[in-house]
Design a protein around this ligand. Structure first.
Ligand code: FES
Length: 118
């Protein structure tokens, strides 16, 4: 019981550590995105009609930033070869993109956006 409680606390502590502040909720226009760099990784954080979402910021087809991509409903179109991904699931929907984007949990607290990085 003690170990379970101790491990549970540890997991919760680690979870809090992995929430990274991205910016304020008004820093992203609806149906748009911002690029967010943290350590050696790049992310895209999106504001859709039903909330905020986050994916890796680099296209899985080639190493191209998605920050200049076109957001259409729940999809992001890569600016290089127009591969399309579902923002919510990361699923690659249109060639030449065939490998899914990684997605990340997002929360809003006091008008600040946080993403959970593992
Ligand atoms: S680099 Fe994104 S589809 Fe080719």
């Amino acid at each position: 019981m003690y170990l379970f409680s101790k491990n549970r606390y540890y997991i919760q502590f680690m979870s809090e550590e992995n929430w990274i502040e991205v910016g304020s909720t008004d820093s992203i226009e609806e149906e748009d995105l911002i690029r967010f760099d943290h350590q050696d990784k790049t992310f895209c954080v999106y504001k859709l009609t039903d909330g905020f979402y986050a994916t890796d910021g680099i296209c899985t087809h080639e190493a191209v930033h998605l920050e200049d991509g076109l957001v259409m409903d729940d999809e992001i179109e890569c600016p290089m070869h127009q591969g399309i991904f579902n923002i919510k699931s990361g699923e690659a929907l249109s060639p030449p993109a065939c490998e899914d984007l990684k997605t990340y949990p997002v929360k809003v607290d006091n008008d600040k956006i946080f993403i959970k990085i593992d």
